[in-house]
Ligand binder design. Structure first.
Ligand SMILES: Cc1cc2nc3c(=O)[nH]c(=O)nc-3n(C[C@H](O)[C@H](O)[C@H](O)COP(=O)(O)OP(=O)(O)OC[C@H]3O[C@@H](n4cnc5c(N)ncnc54)[C@H](O)[C@@H]3O)c2cc1C
Ligand code: FES
Length: 260
């Protein structure tokens, strides 16, 4: 059930680069599916600029607390940085209808580029709970952008994560797709779960096609409503030849279905 409510902020702090962490108390949302997202109203009650809420992946659930990681780009996210512990924020969540499949496959390779890794972190926890075999790849340009490193360490995912930096300043030097073919050992029992910038997704899909592995993409799109009304977030579905709403039919799609 989607809930529209104000939640108290427990933490809102800068981590590194342009990334901030937001922690709220939201017992109603502890069962949010991995891959779901929320729309946050970044202004206070009597401010309406920017008018629309902003979309963020539910990055983690810890007890009755929910975690978001957000990169600061424009007015909405800049507003969010002004929120203090004890303030209340309005959140509409959990949103989306299709999420990452957690049970269908034996092996999972999670591929997260930049802040897109926040779209996969809850999935890591859920796969671990289900005792699934998985590995996560986390790729950025340079080490300052590895804003989720502490989260990875604190949650004991160091041995489950391969880190790629394009300039070689941390982890493995190169693009996140560099070792993908070798990592996917059994393409019939394995699936890729991908979240990140469009260019990275395209590169991953290209490799995935070459090796014939199931691939699921968590898409981002400009969103105004977040629940299927404004038709602002559509993506072409190649199978139906129609347009799907990322917020409503997605945000997770089989890579074979859609044009990115
Ligand atoms: C389903 C979904 C989940 C998302 N999850 C996350 C998340 O977990 N963490 C997160 O940080 N973001 C996430 N995003 C992206 C986030 O919603 C946007 O970055 C945010 O809405 C920007 O709002 P703003 O008001 O700060 O910027 P705006 O004022 O809307 O934009 C300001 C400028 O920045 C550019 N811009 C905005 N967003 C981005 C971006 N993401 N990348 C590059 N340029 C951008 C715009 O084109 C514009 O030029 C998600 C988006 C979707 C649809
Ligand atoms: S954001 Fe309005 S339909 Fe998707």
């Amino acid at each position: 059930m989607v809930i529209d409510k104000k939640y108290i902020i427990l933490e809102n702090r800068h981590i590194s680069g342009r990334t901030w962490l937001l922690r709220i108390k939201a017992p109603e949302l502890v069962n949010a599916p991995a891959g779901s997202f929320g729309m946050i109203k970044t202004t206070s009650d009597y401010q309406f600029d920017p008018l629309m809420r902003r979309a963020f992946a539910i990055a983690d659930v810890e007890g009755d607390e929910i975690l978001f990681f957000y990169d600061v780009y424009g007015r909405g996210t800049a507003n969010l940085t002004t929120k203090r512990v004890g303030d209340y924020i309005n959140l509409l969540a959990p949103l989306g209808k299709r999420f990452f499949p957690e049970d269908e496959f034996e092996n999972y390779v999670l591929v997260g580029g930049g802040i897109g890794f926040a779209g996969l972190s809850l999935l890591m926890k859920r796969l671990r709970d289900k005792k699934k075999n998985f590995i996560a790849l986390y790729g950025v340009r340079r080490k300052e952008q590895l804003s989720m490193l502490d989260w990875i360490k604190e949650n004991n995912f160091k041995d489950k994560t391969l880190i790629y930096t394009e300039d070689g300043s941390f982890g493995i030097k190169g693009l996140i797709t560099k070792d993908l073919k070798e990592i996917v050992k059994d393409n019939k029992k394995t699936a890729l779960m991908v979240c990140g910038p469009k260019g990275m997704m395209k590169a991953v899909v290209k490799v995935a096609k070459e090796i014939g592995v199931n691939t699921y993409l968590s898409l981002e799109s400009k969103m105004a409503c977040g629940f299927g009304i404004c038709i602002g977030c559509v993506v072409k579905n190649k199978k139906t030849n129609r347009y799907d709403r990322v917020c409503y039919e997605g945000p997770v799609f089989n890579a074979e279905e859609i044009e990115i």
